[in-house]
Design a protein around this ligand. Structure first.
Ligand code: FBP
Length: 342
């Protein structure tokens, strides 16, 4: 029976090898992981916890906030406010950034998160998750501002997600591979169960919301059509499709067995419709994880993690997953110039 490795032991041993997880960063990641345990507990209560359904509020995305969206956001804020590792936080659920209050010491990191990804699944008991990203606070003396967050994804020093499904999992990268932990509910601890995760370079599965097909630009229409024609088509093999409605769940499947997740720009409103996925706290952390697992992530024309953000809640077209598949969909985009991708 292999000895159980905890999250703390994994982080300390990773730092011994790569000198990339100073104590402040390790403590920050442990606090975020602990907050995800609390969110998992709330999610698991469902109707018993009076946390299903919606609030009366609409978030900056123009979406009616679910009670669990608000609760998960507050859990992450309360857990990370006092530790002294952060200068500020940013969330899908908050219009502006959240500087650490003067009641607490300030740190040199920025934490960004989508507290509950896949919100439409909450009330129907389908897997949802939390996505988070860690950046360094740029050197300056003043109070952190939104512009401090507008860093390309390549500047991330850690990223991860928690997945609240049949098991509760935590998947994490600090820039040297991707490792997954399963929550041992009896002990309340994260146990290393998915060492050095790698995405298969090829796939026979794709994820896209096909109800939007009539709005897709030609490169996406061609890519999906070729897979739908299967063994009789140009790719000479059959493909399967999955769309969970929760990016974390689709991407965790892709991390394990390959595939591509796509949320493209479409023709509904070319000037502003850049797909649905937000760059800073959804696309970038997932791109960091996927690239560290040997996959790829582009906006149809360039690496997602090279995009210099211009706004905190900026959306971006997303093509992410198996290396060779993302290369193909990106090739189709660069062969045509009809689809604006940023
Ligand atoms: P939220 O963060 O608001 O939940 O939006 C992101 C998301 O839920 C993804 O997790 C998911 O892949 C996608 O939206 C589903 O979009 P659609 O409902 O258009 O299929």
């Amino acid at each position: 029976m292999r000895k159980k490795v905890s999250l703390t032991q994994h982080l300390i041993e990773t730092h011994r090898l790569h000198h990339n997880i100073p104590e402040e960063l390790r403590l920050l990641l442990e606090v975020v992981a602990r907050a995800c345990k609390t969110i998992s507990n709330a999610v698991g209560k469902g109707a018993l916890g009076d946390i299903l359904g919606t609030t009366q509020d609409v978030n900056v995305q123009g979406e009616v906030q679910k009670k669990l969206d608000v609760l998960s956001n507050q859990i992450l804020l309360d857990s990370n406010e006092w530790g002294g590792y952060l200068g500020a936080m940013a969330s899908e659920e908050m219009e502006t950034i959240h500087p650490i209050s003067n009641d607490y010491p300030k740190g040199k990191y920025l934490l960004l998160f989508d507290p509950l990804d896949g919100s439409t699944n909450i009330d129907v008991n389908v897997s949802i998750g939390t996505i988070f990203s860690v950046l360094k606070l740029p050197e300056h003396t003043g109070i952190p501002t939104e512009s401090d967050f507008l860093q390309p994804g390549s500047r991330q020093i850690a990223a991860g997600y928690a997945l609240y499904g049949p098991q509760t999992l935590l998947v994490l990268t600090t820039g040297h591979g991707v490792n997954g932990f399963t929550l041992d509910r009896e002990m309340g601890s994260w146990v290393l169960t998915h060492r050095e995760m790698r995405i298969p370079e090829d796939t026979a599965e794709y994820a896209i919301n096909s109800s939007n097909a009539r709005f897709w630009y030609p490169p996406v229409q061609r890519y999906v059509r070729e897979m739908q024609t299967g063994a009789e088509g140009p790719l000479g093999k059959n493909f399967n499709m999955r769309w969970v409605g929760s990016m974390v769940t689709d991407l965790h499947r892709i991390l394990n067995r390959g595939g591509t997740f796509m949320y493209p720009a479409d023709t509904r409103n070319a000037s502003s419709q850049q797909g649905r996925i937000r760059l800073l706290y959804e696309a970038n952390p997932m791109a960091f994880i996927v690239e560290q697992a040997g996959g790829a992530a582009t906006n149809g024309e360039k690496r997602l993690m090279e995009i210099v953000p211009h706004a905190l809640h900026q959306r971006v077209p997303v093509f992410i997953g198996s290396q060779n598949e993302v290369a193909r969909i990106t090739l189709y985009h660069t062969q045509t110039s009809s689809s604006p991708t940023e």
